[in-house]
Design a protein around this ligand. Sequence first.
Ligand code: ADP
Ligand code: ZN
Length: 629
Amino acid sequence: MGLDSLFSPPSPEGDAALEALRSVFGYESFRGHQGEIIRHVIAGNDALVLMPTGGGKSLCYQIPALVRRGVAVVVSPLIALMRDQVTALRQLGVRAAFLNSSLDAGEAREVERAMTRGELDLVYVAPERLVTPRFLDLLDRTDLALFALDEAHCVSQWGHDFRPEYLQLSILHERHPTVPRIALTATADAQTRAEIAEKLGLTEARVFLSSFDRPNITYRVVAKNSERQQLLAYLRDNHPEDAGIVYCMSRAKVEDVAAWLSAQGREALPYHAGLPPEVREANQDLFLKSEGMVMVATVAFGMGIDKPNVRFVAHLDPPKSLEAYYQETGRAGRDGLPASAWMAYGMSDVVGLRQLLEQSEAGDAHRRVERGKLEALLGFCETAHCRRQVLLNYFGETLAEPCGNCDTCLEPVETWDGTVAAQKALSAVYRTGQRYGAGHLIDVLRGNATDKVVQQQHDRLKTFGVGNDLSKAEWQSVFRQLVAAGFLTVDVEGYGGFRLTDTGVTVVKGGRPVRLRKDPVAEKRRGVRDSLRRSAAGRGRGEGVSRGEGRGTLSPADDALWHALRACRLELARDQGVPPYVIFHDSTLLEMVAERPLDRHAFARLPGVGARKLDLYADSFLEVIHRHA
Ligand code: ADP
Ligand code: ZN
């Protein structure tokens, strides 16, 4: 293929969408529904796009914006998100700008003028600005290509990111009925989706629903014993140089863990809503613009983080629900390269979740919903089956086969008949008066005559010492699973002691068998370690990135080139004050390692290299490659 053919319509019918994909974005073909969606919008139709994070939503409106006449107006809820998108588009040579409160009046007027003159392809706008009379008037004077409503779940009052201004967006359609609209979201739950269509007046729009599976993410849940050491080992073994997020529940814990990781020699910063805005912004900026940084954060961090090479998301505390878990872990591996989701979860977490539920004062219906969500989360944590199947099933999707890329698939969990153990544990709870937590109960079961046991005369109970066959850790695991499964619940008023539930009583009476999982004793030292490089090595042999393990690692020469290319990218990024990934994604650098292009012609063929980036960056990277030839 000659250079010319790269920049002229490749298909006989001169498909403008494909032409833009190749020449501007440097990608060879559309993914999933992208092609269909893009052609549907180019033809002037409305679309509701439901696609997981990393699925490639942005192209679905960016390409129509380039192909259709006029300016595309993109509604986006966050300033950081707009800035990132515009930076990335400008790198591609696309005429893009944003309008939000970070601009002064003069700058804003400049953008408005460019809009009415048709000098822009895309304008990103904050929703509150969009519905002002001034902006509506501006729209009347602008030639409009389309409206894109990004993060459309913000319209849902019950969702996690409600933005009241989104409710007013139907005004766009009322005033400009012939301008096509495309709403996009990564929200996986059906209720929110229906609400989006209704509230945005898109019930007539064609719905494009993708699978919500994220095959490149490896899911792991480990039994918590010493969470910090476990986290450190996990990072050291799997992500020694990668950027990632560690979620914690409380602000104090965020700061502690960030400081501790730093003291252990990992670059780490804290992020939570209690930090001054300028600190938060600076930390976020550092995270985006560096390589290998760990962000320790509460859930205040994440929405609008477009960084494609977040390689892991770790939870030191359980998320609020499986929806939240899916959203939070979904921030890993946007670029499609191997990534991991890791959670440490233990007895105190289960107890905490149960207490939360017991305390909740919500009305019955609401409480039933909450209970359902909690049970689903616990079920995911405790499952002995494929975690991806459990997760997708929760969102109404069926995965026919176990995924082969989660801990329970990679290291199958044994289960055992825990009926007798459960009966012993539950009767220990009952006979001690339903007031004690696991520590004391285990002492009773294992026949430890501690002061407390003797004082309470629990050494005289029938259950005293009946549990010598299991270790302390095994009993911990039994109690955790009994609470998780709802045979025990937790007293909120007293000392957080366990109480039997109705189903727990059934178990004691022998009316119900109990199967338990055997927690893996030690974490194996494996995972997505160096999988990035493995995938590069695999590519060299003509394989794509896949979830397979054990492809071998990069040769020392390839490794050296990979680091040199990253250094080159970081320098180019710093010169311009932009995040490295807007220069090239990791996937493009890995292709450079695998293909080792030696001239512009070969360089142009790399995925992610369009006409403009070829111009801007080919020479710098080619020089590095030549040096390593
Ligand atoms: P989303 O907004 O759905 O989370 P993005 O639009 O950020 O996803 O795209 C995710 C990643 O996939 C980006 O790195 C993007 O460049 C890449 N990508 C999107 N479409 C394609 C394609 N057709 N071919 C190759 N890479 C693509
Ligand atoms: Zn699996």
